[in-house]
Design a protein around this ligand. Structure first.
Ligand code: TXA
Ligand code: MG
Length: 321
């Protein structure tokens, strides 16, 4: 079915579409989501279709309050509670034993369901106005860069979804951090908008799982992901500029300006949070340029630098020139 896609700020209109089993673009503080009723299999199917997403890649269920979550999970491990109380709403997703109301399609048949409470006021108001939770992956075609503005969503889902709720530019800019328990250990399955320092400051040491390319339990960790269409190379920018001097190059740098035809500086003032916020917009802009190749560099590893570096590595895991 083809739609004339509208962008707007009408929460009631978005809610009406969702109540009738449709799907909409939704702002969150991390990235834009493609939302549908998580308890309605038909709506969830529409999400997979619109994104061209394989069914083995499960969806995050969004709610507006911890008190609501108990309807969708069998129990909450005690060790995760302080983390949830401190960082929900926020860029944190927790994997919890799922209750029977959650369709298999949402979890790809896995025993845990991913739950998140977004901190964006528009998302929270939308969720409060509904009597069901929203399944929402990032609103990009599978494997491509996540959207951080309503215009990014439109650029790729125009004609495919009826409505995009515009909540402005996402404040965090990278996806939520995904956390769960294995035995007594807290495991981080995806680095994201909540830093390891913040998590460990609350619950002590955690294990960061280093995912392989084909682990279906954490496909957000597929090696090539968040990827521009152009080849991207990560390394020392000056050396790479020299090495690929015969190519049209676009440079994505942390804070320094480089002499290249196209360039995007993530944060001239060297602020890692701003760099995270601008990362996907920068990747998109350079991907739309006439360059043959995008070159980029890693950020310092502290705070969100670690998650940004993870995204850069995955974006660069595409075929080299
Ligand atoms: O910040 C975010 O998390 C954004 C916004 C829209 O909330 N959502 C997002 O969704 O990034 P998505 O679908 O692009 O990435 C979710 C990741 C997927 O890689 C999926 O594999 C993992 O979460 N995931 C979801 N449910 C899971 C489950 N039950 N077990 C293990 N991994 C799960
Ligand atoms: Mg995604």
């Amino acid at each position: 079915m083809a739609f004339k896609t509208q962008i707007g700020k009408d929460i009631h209109q978005a809610a009406e579409i969702l109540r009738s089993g449709g799907i909409v673009g939704m702002p969150t503080e991390t990235v834009y989501g493609l939302a549908g009723n998580a308890l309605n299999e038909d709506a969830v199917l529409k999400i997979f279709k619109a994104k061209n997403r394989p069914f083995f890649d499960p969806l995050i269920v969004h709610s507006h309050a911890i008190s609501e979550i108990s309807r969708y999970v069998r129990h909450i491990p005690e060790r995760l509670l302080p983390l949830m109380e401190r960082f929900m709403p926020g860029p944190l997703t927790v994997l919890l034993p799922r209750a029977a109301v959650i369709p298999d399609l949402v979890t790809s048949g896995l025993e845990r369901v991913a739950i998140r409470i977004p901190r964006h006021p528009v998302a929270l108001e939308l969720l409060r106005s509904l009597d069901f939770p929203l399944a929402a992956p990032s609103a990009n075609p599978f494997g491509y860069i996540s959207p951080t503005t309503a215009q990014h969503v439109l650029a790729q889902l125009d004609g495919i979804i009826p409505y995009i709720l515009d909540g402005g530019e996402c404040g965090v800019g990278i996806e939520s951090t995904i956390v769960g328990m294995e035995g007594d250990a807290i495991i981080v399955y995806r680095l994201g908008g909540l830093s390891i320092e913040q998590i460990e400051g609350c619950v002590g040491k955690v294990n960061i799982q280093d995912h392989s390319t084909s682990d279906p339990a954490g496909p957000g960790m597929l090696e090539s992901h968040y990827a521009p269409r152009k080849p991207m190379i990560l390394g020392d920018i000056d050396s790479l500029l020299e090495k690929y001097a015969d190519k049209k190059i676009a440079v994505l740098s942390f804070c320094k300006k480089h002499d290249a035809g196209r360039s995007f500086i993530l944060s001239p003032e060297g602020d890692i949070d701003i760099a995270a916020k601008r990362l996907f917009a920068g990747m998109r802009e350079l991907d739309a340029s006439d360059a043959d190749l995008i070159i980029s560099e890693s950020l310092p590893e502290g705070g969100l630098g670690r998650a940004v570096n993870d995204r850069l590595r995955r974006a660069a895991a595409t075929p080299k020139p």
